[in-house]
Design a protein around this ligand. Structure first.
Ligand SMILES: Nc1ncnc2c1ncn2[C@@H]1O[C@H](COP(=O)(O)OP(=O)(O)OP(=O)(O)O)[C@@H](O)[C@H]1O
Length: 370
């Protein structure tokens, strides 16, 4: 059975240091939920609190209606997968997977049937009699995964399970994990600092900084409408430009530089906007693909520094008039790529870019703040 995890006002302290201040979130039944953030933001700490390996200094964690703050880890019915596999070196693949079932005192034929089933699900049937030392990293991680889910846990917790694998295997394994999770439907909490991995596997992502959820949303929401500038720069690549919002005969304009390129922007929502103060400094997050090379001689002036041809797309590194370096991507064409020192003009895809207050804390373009 899969459960809803309700976390309310959760506090974690190590001595006097508060690592998680009053965090609240509800993880839905059957959801693939990812904690994503830079090193030290508290992802593992939160995961360990759900597992029962860390003390709780305030608030509650519930599995469905049941508060589990004081339930021992062994009684929470969770499966866990870590980055270092943690499978038993002295047991075969079958022995490793059967271990949890034997502990639960299931009958032998029952254990054999369940192990057989799960070996198929994670696609390691042919290695069932091998010892761990004779398996590759990816195969060992499949054993760890099988061992975690064979007990039919209510919750599956995974902490950077792919970080010891090489790049290709990471992609293969993340697809396998996602497929498996979808099939078995266990509420899953996944920790990673790899934003691409998070986007590929998650139903929803909580982006954390300093123990605080900065943005909670689907991969698409987080990429397209990041709640603040931290999230915008942490997820994917982006360029941050200074600009101003001005008013031109009742139309709100986004203007880059004094007397420079401007675009009408009528889709913004600006809390506490002061109509008497028509000029507002903003920060604009523009992803490389949100620039358009202008054909009509208007736009922000820029000089090509160098280009990288990547097949379908070409990356250009350009220098703006202000001296700022900016990265843009354009679909490759059969025409020659732009050469270093060529002068171009850039416009922005105004419905896609994100416009923030001067501190980068509020997204005027709309956001999915928790
Ligand atoms: N046992 C501990 N005692 C004191 N401080 C700790 C302890 N464990 C973690 N911390 C601190 O708590 C903060 C959060 O650590 P945590 O391991 O949860 O971060 P993380 O986001 O998982 O980072 P990483 O991606 O590097 O694993 C860090 O500042 C860390 O130094």
């Amino acid at each position: 059975m899969s459960v809803t995890i309700s976390i309310q006002d959760l506090v974690k302290k190590y001595g006097d240091a508060t690592v998680i201040p009053e965090l609240s979130v509800e993880i839905k039944k059957g959801e693939f939920f990812t904690l994503l953030g830079p090193s030290g933001c508290g992802k593992t700490t939160l995961l360990r609190m759900i597992a029962g390996f860390n003390s709780i200094e305030g608030g509650t964690i519930k599995f469905n209606e049941k508060t589990i703050n004081n339930v021992e880890p062994g009684k929470r019915n969770i499966g866990m997968v870590f980055q270092n596999y943690a499978i038993f070196p002295h047991l075969s693949v079958t022995g490793n997977i059967a271990f949890g079932l034997q502990n639960r005192k299931l009958a032998k034929p029952d254990i054999a049937a369940k192990v057989e089933d799960i070996l198929k699900v994670v696609q390691i049937e042919q290695y069932k009699d091998r010892m761990p030392k004779n398996l590759s990293g990816g195969q060992q991680q499949r054993v760890a995964l099988a061992r975690a889910i064979v007990i039919r846990p209510d919750v599956l917790l995974m902490d950077e399970p792919l970080s010891n694998l090489d790049a290709k295997l990471r992609v293969d394994m993340r697809n396998a994990i996602k497929e498996l999770q979808r099939d078995v439907g266990i509420t899953t909490v996944y920790v990673t600092h790899d934003q691409e991995e998070a986007m590929a596997v998650s139903d929803r992502i909580a982006v954390m900084k300093s123990g605080i959820i900065q943005h909670l949303g689907t991969p698409q929401e987080i990429y397209q409408r990041p709640a603040n500038l931290f999230v915008a720069t942490f997820i994917g690549r982006t360029n941050v430009l200074e600009a101003a919002l001005t008013s031109n005969q009742g139309t709100r304009m986004l203007r880059f530089g004094e007397g420079g390129y401007q675009e009408p922007v009528d889709h913004l929502s600006i809390p506490g906007e002061d109509a008497n103060k028509p000029l507002l400094a903003v920060k604009v997050s523009i992803r490389p693909e949100e620039f358009v090379i202008s054909e009509d001689g208007t736009g922000i002036q820029a000089k090509i520094v160098h280009s990288v041809f990547l097949g379908q797309m070409t990356h250009y590194f350009v220098s703006l008039e202000s001296g700022q370096s900016v990265e843009i991507t354009q679909e490759s064409t059969t025409a020659r790529p732009l050469e270093p020192n060529e002068i171009i003009r850039l416009k922005v895809k105004k419905d896609k870019i994100n416009i923030y207050d001067a501190h980068g804390e509020t997204n005027y373009t709309g956001s999915g703040r928790p």
